[in-house]
Ligand binder design. Sequence first.
Ligand code: TRP
Length: 335
Amino acid sequence: MKRVFSGIQPTGNLHLGNYLGAIRNWVRMQDEAECIFSVVDLHAITVAQDPATLRRGIREMVAALIAAGLDPERCILFPQSRVRVHAELAWVLMCTARVGWLNRMTQFKEKSGKDREGASVGLYTYPVLQAADILAYRATHVPVGEDQKQHLELARDIAIKFNNDFGPSFGGELFPPPEPVIEGPATRVMSLRDGSAKMSKSDPSDQSRINLTDDADTIAAKIKRAKTDPEALPSEPAGLAGRAEATNLVNLMAALTDRSIAQVLADHGGQGFGAFKPALADVMVAKLAPITARFNALKDDASAIEAICARGADRARAIAEPVLADVHRAVGFTA
Ligand code: TRP
């Protein structure tokens, strides 16, 4: 049986990169498999967080996910900290994961930077908590970005070692090793100011990204100012080689209209950016306006959001608690 789990950090507002890269996939997967999606607030505190900002971030991320099309009736959606199994299972799995495995994690090296000694222990063990997120539900498929591939490998290694260590005495496989479902390269959304950098909420320039809260005028203005080159669009994909900014805008058009790059170029090849950019802005606005409207209507409705979180957490617990009970039996805490 196929069961999907994925997580997203409550990092303030969603942008177009989150939407086209991850969220849109999640929305699609709701209809194809049993899906469990979590706003991973336990992961968020591995780096410093202001409590009021975190609280708002969690609420807004839940609202944004619903606005983007997650249906709390068709998937399980909840903030991670509401289901204690995540933290409890993470402890047990920290005793399965090896220091040598964690020492190879490139994201810890990047995030801790020069001050490794000053990083939190939580940042170091972050990937073990991520493995617990997945394994607590015996999830089989995990949609993630390319940058999470190594963490998924680790989750598999942990599952396999746990199965080897405790499966024989338990009398069966405890965890199916989860498979990553890597987002396609076509949906890698780059900065509007620099075609070689990922669109990111932490870019100091707001011009570099399209926020899911931007109104139509803002979107049009940002696309108009997006960095490009002076040449017209080619009529075939090969003509985009070495043109990172042009590639990004064509990718965006393809993703937003569910067409291939080749199809977009067949329609728009020969056009200059003076013509292409307004066309792109139009489809972007058409796609985002309903999401923005739903987000704005929901984000300040604290009781509606609370009801979604509470019910999602209840449903998540119903799956994860029996798994943790198996783990307790397997390691010898209980008979
Ligand atoms: N680390 C993931 C990211 O930054 C978020 C995450 C936490 C996650 N737990 C997860 C993703 C479990 C997939 C499965 O994108």
